[in-house]
Structures are given as structure tokens and as C-alpha cells.
Design a protein around this ligand. Structure first.
Ligand code: CP
Length: 322
């Protein structure tokens, strides 16, 4: 019996395989219509975001509404945090009013600060704190992605070769999706190949966790530094940028421009994957960065399914925690 009541939801590392499986199944049930009940009637949720969002913000607000709850959005600059009120006082006070706090917080110029902030919020809030993307994880996105794969392939999604590749973006983005997918794939026994240029290695906290977890789950985790080599035999190609955790900013920016073209999933490169392969990206994406428009907008692209499934999986997360 899986019981997630009152837990914080910061990283998929904190959840067991059976708990992840239960959430995925509940997300699918929500999509099939279980959501017709107002499970969270009279609950009030707060969204506290320090960086912009389209999907996460709207899908949590709509999920709350459809479950009978109310969700209020706060940017950090609109609260007394902007006048240096502490995270401790903010968390303590918010949790006197709210039944859950959904937080997006990071600044890639200071890797780790986002997670420390979420942990502090969780320490002082008496209600669940849900990670809506920090500098280490994006657990809600990755559960939506796995739910999408489960819809497409059924239980055999675990046998498919998922290639997750780094791509160019001007902005230095969080490696949260990559870390959360690595974590989940290792726990669930999936076959994941991560491709990235040298200099864009993942946090050792996550690679170590995954190499341990995969031993008991029966999956495979591979790393590769050549996009074309990585694409061979892929059933799914997920292209996503993330910022370097080690390179100085100027060096990272120079390198990114140098390698931009060789790390873009073009139509020609996509043909190296298996016939009928799917393309994934969590959005936002700029066409021509991680992939070209003819791949992103092709019939094989699952980008809008992934976005829609944010709504359903977050209903599963909210009802389980609350
Ligand atoms: N994928 C995702 O988290 O999108 P937003 O940044 O728009 O919320």
C-alpha cells in the first residue's frame, strides 16, 4: 500500500519505484475521468515562483480548480522576500494559510541555491512543498513525460531505447529534467542513453544514485558524447538543453556556439533513430536550437501530449500528497 500523504515532493530520489508507478497509474486514471470528483474541495494552494513559467503555472492552477481547490500565484518579487524577509518566516507564514506550496526557484549562476531554498521552505512549512523546477530536479515534468511514454507504448515503454540528448539554447537552463529522468529511469528499470558534449556532465549526486538504482531495477543507463552515435537504435529522442555545472560562463558560451550545429536534432539525424521513433521535448523550445522545426512539428512529435499530461499527473500528485 502506497501512502504519500503530507510528503514533500522535491526529488524523485525520495520516492520508491512502487510510489512512482502508483503516481503514473493515477495520472492515467485522472486523464480517463477520475478527476470528475472534487477531491481537494476547500483546499488552497500557493504557487511561489522566482522564474517564469507557462505550463507549470497554468497546469497547476487548472488542476487545482478541477479538483475543487483554489490556487494563488505569487512571484518572489511581489512578496516581502523582495525586501529580504527570510525564507523561514515566509514558509512558516504561508503554511498557516495554505494546504500546499508549489515552488519554482533557481538561478543557474548559483547552482544548488534553488534546492537549498526549497529544502528550507520544506523545513519550515507545515504543509507539503512541491518542486515545480529548481536547479536540480523537475519531478512533475518527468512524471508527465513517463506517463506520455506509458500511453504510447503501454508497459513496454521500459524496454524502449530512450535517447536524451543535450542541445543548444542561448539561456543557461536547469538540468532538472535530465536529473529527474535519470533518477526515474534508473528506479523503474528503463533503457536510457544520455548524450551530451564534454563539459556538460551531470551532477555526481544523480549519476551515482542512478548507477546504484539501476543495479536492482534491471534497466540500463549509458552516456555518450556523440549525438549521431547516440541516435542509432533510438525509439524515443528527447532533446533538451541544460547549462554546464563546471565551465566558466564565457567558455561555456563560446563552446555552445561552436558545437551548436552538431548537437541539433535535424530531420536527417532523426532518421538515424528507429523507424517510427518519437520526438520529445518538455517545452519551451526555440525551433532550430535543440531540434529543427521539421522534427519538432512532425507527426512523430509528442510535445503537446507531454504538456497536456502535466495537468493529469499533477492532479495525481496533489491528491496523493493532500
Ligand atoms: N516544461 C515546463 O516546465 O514549462 P514551463 O517552464 O512553461 O512551466
Amino acid at each position: 500500500m502506497v501512502n504519500l500523504r503530507n510528503r514533500d515532493f522535491l526529488s524523485l530520489k525520495d520516492f520508491k519505484k512502487e510510489e512512482l508507478e502508483t503516481l503514473l497509474e493515477l495520472g492515467l486514471e485522472m486523464k480517463r475521468g477520475l478527476d470528475h470528483k472534487e477531491y481537494l474541495s476547500k483546499k488552497t494552494l500557493g504557487l511561489l515562483f522566482s522564474v517564469p513559467s507557462t505550463r507549470t503555472r497554468i497546469s497547476f492552477q487548472v488542476a487545482a480548480r478541477q479538483l475543487g481547490a483554489h490556487a494563488e500565484y505569487f512571484s518572489n518579487t511581489s512578496l516581502q522576500l523582495a525586501n529580504k524577509e527570510s525564507i523561514r518566516d515566509t514558509a512558516s507564514v504561508m503554511s498557516r494559510y495554505l494546504d500546499a506550496i508549489i515552488v519554482r526557484w533557481y538561478d543557474m549562476r548559483d547552482y544548488g541555491m534553488g534546492r537549498r531554498t526549497l529544502e528550507k521552505l520544506a523545513e519550515y512549512a507545515d504543509c507539503p512543498v512541491i518542486n515545480a523546477l529548481d536547479d536540480k530536479d523537475h519531478p512533475c515534468q518527468v512524471l508527465a513525460d513517463l506517463m506520455t511514454l506509458k500511453e504510447v507504448y503501454g508497459e513496454s515503454y521500459k524496454e524502449k531505447k530512450i535517447v536524451f540528448t543535450w542541445g543548444y539554447a542561448e539561456r543557461k537552463k536547469s538540468p532538472g529534467v535530465t536529473h529527474s529522468l535519470l533518477t526515474a529511469a534508473a528506479q523503474l528499470g528503463m533503457n536510457l542513453r544520455i548524450a551530451h558534449p564534454k563539459g556538460f556532465e551531470l551532477d555526481e549526486e544523480y549519476t551515482s544514485f542512478a548507477s546504484q538504482a539501476v543495479k536492482s531495477s534491471g534497466g540500463t543507463i549509458e552516456y555518450c558524447h556523440d549525438l549521431e552515435e547516440a541516435l542509432e537504435g533510438a525509439d524515443v529522442v528527447y532533446a533538451k538543453t541544460w547549462g554546464s555545472l563546471t565551465l566558466p560562463v564565457e567558455e561555456e558560451n563560446r563552446l555552445k556556439l561552436d558545437i551548436r550545429d552538431e548537437w541539433c536534432v535535424t530531420k536527417e539525424r532523426f532518421k538515424l533513430a528507429n523507424e517510427g521513433a518519437y520526438f520529445m521535448n518538455c517545452l519551451p523550445i526555440i525551433r532550430g536550437d535543440e531540434a529543427t522545426a521539421d522534427v519538432i512539428d512532425s507527426k512523430q512529435s509528442l510535445i503537446y501530449e507531454e504538456s497536456e499530461n502535466r495537468l493529469h499527473i499533477q492532479k495525481a500528485i496533489l491528491t496523493s500528497l493532500l
